[in-house]
Design a binder for this molecule. Structure first.
Ligand SMILES: Cc1cc2nc3c(=O)[nH]c(=O)nc-3n(C[C@H](O)[C@H](O)[C@H](O)COP(=O)(O)OP(=O)(O)OC[C@H]3O[C@@H](n4cnc5c(N)ncnc54)[C@H](O)[C@@H]3O)c2cc1C
Length: 366
């Protein structure tokens, strides 16, 4: 899970650290408990770790040899497992753990630097490194769990910023033909919690993300709470590192730490509905929280969940976090079925009450 856990964690150290470092090998019955922040107890029937580009070629040959395509075997690239739900005790999909490391300054001009970062690097470590070096653009995304390779998959975002704002291009390996490709940010078709990588079949494994960062700091104060927290600070005293520290402080104050309470961040996406539908609801619920989204309205999923009575409500050791209604917490569930049925209960209730479809944000893997 987090960097700290890999370094200090008990289970990995005692039992599996050495095992997980054996890159480029197919292994079976691998315990996934420490590899997902929701703390689901599951095993991968088949597990492969990628530590180098050569390992990707071995994986390609293995998939061909075993005829995985024809068998319909799913492939699932795994980063830190902070946006993943292992939806069964035994996961059928081939889990491909991405351990690619490294970051390189590849170019710069008067305004920008370009940094090429390997997919297995932790995103939060990279963000801190950019801030410490005075590069600007990612500071509002400080302290987000997960790897660099997963960041473009759902175009992660927070505090008025999305990662697409700083992505120049993405490099991936295609298991269909064993070739590497580079796609521009435009070709990634980024949107709210979406990119072309989001619902792909697992054959495209992101190996590097090339970021374009500003040399001169521009404070993105579009998020009200963040702007307010700097109200008494002189504009010239604000730095990327200061912003990253403030964002981390705010996040730590309201989000559950997955090392204590298993969770994978927001469990549902904010749904988008037509203005007509919104106006009808607004006439009944005048405190409804919503934002303009082109011709439509984006509704706060947290508000919907709270209005349906799920905030802080615990059933079978699963519940929505009392301080943040969007976060589903695993308080010690043995059976993944309880998590899935709790989430389904929310979807059903929101649909009945508001005629709105909630869609889970994390990826379910079977
Ligand atoms: C406490 C907490 C707070 C969070 N806050 C936020 C937030 O503010 N904003 C936000 O957007 N998200 C947030 N998240 C969700 C999560 O951190 C991000 O979605 C993150 O990018 C997931 O990274 P990961 O490496 O853990 O991905 P995983 O869970 O391992 O994988 C997620 C998806 O990406 C795919 N994937 C992973 N690596 C690759 C690769 N190399 N190539 C191709 N596909 C790949 C997987 O197959 C899967 O589909 C939060 C999570 C937690 C636990």
């Amino acid at each position: 899970m987090g960097n700290e856990i890999f370094k200090n964690g008990r289970i990995l150290r005692k039992r599996r650290n050495a095992d997980l470092e054996k890159n480029g090998m197919l292994r079976h019955d691998v315990d996934l408990y420490m590899l997902n922040t929701l703390k689901i107890k599951a095993k991968a029937k088949d597990f492969f770790t990628i530590g180098s580009e050569a390992d990707l070629l071995s994986l390609y040959n293995l998939c061909k040899r075993e005829n995985f395509n024809k068998q319909g075997k799913k492939i699932f690239a795994l980063g830190e497992g902070s946006n993943t739900v292992f939806a069964g005790r035994e996961v059928d999909a081939l889990i491909v753990k991405i351990n690619l490391k490294g970051r390189y300054l590849v170019n710069h001009d008067n305004e920008y630097v370009w940094v090429d970062v390997a997919a297995g690097e932790l995103f939060r470590d990279f963000v801190l490194w950019t801030c410490e070096n005075g590069f600007s653009g990612l500071e509002n995304l400080a302290a987000i769990y997960g790897t660099v390779g997963a960041a473009p998959v759902q175009n992660i975002g927070a505090y008025g910023c999305e990662v697409r704002d700083c992505i120049d291009s993405v490099r991936y390996f295609d298991l269909n033909d064993g070739q590497f490709y580079t796609v521009s940010a435009e070709e990634c078709k980024f949107a709210y919690r979406y990119s072309v990588f989001k619902y792909q079949d697992g054959s495209k494994i992101i190996t590097n993300v090339i970021f374009k960062l500003k040399k001169n700091f521009v404070f993105n104060d579009s998020y009200e709470a963040l702007a307010k927290s700097f109200a008494n600070v002189k504009k010239t005293d604000i730095t990327p590192l200061l912003v990253a520290k403030k964002v981390t402080e705010i996040r730590n104050g309201k989000l559950p730490d997955p090392r204590k309470f298993g969770n994978c961040g927001s469990f549902f996406k904010n749904p988008v509905i037509s203005k007509e539908h919104y106006n009808n609801l607004k006439a009944i619920y005048d405190d409804m929280v919503a934002f303009e989204d082109g011709d439509n309205m984006k509704i706060s999923a947290a508000w919907l969940i709270e209005r349906c009575g799920f905030k802080g409500k615990k059933i079978n050791n699963v519940g929505m976090y009392p301080k943040q209604a969007l976060i589903l917490v695993n308080y010690g569930v043995e059976n993944i079925g309880y998590i899935i049925s709790y989430a389904e209960e929310i979807i059903k209730t929101v649909k009945l009450k508001f005629d709105i479809d909630l869609v889970p944000e994390p990826h379910y893997v079977y």
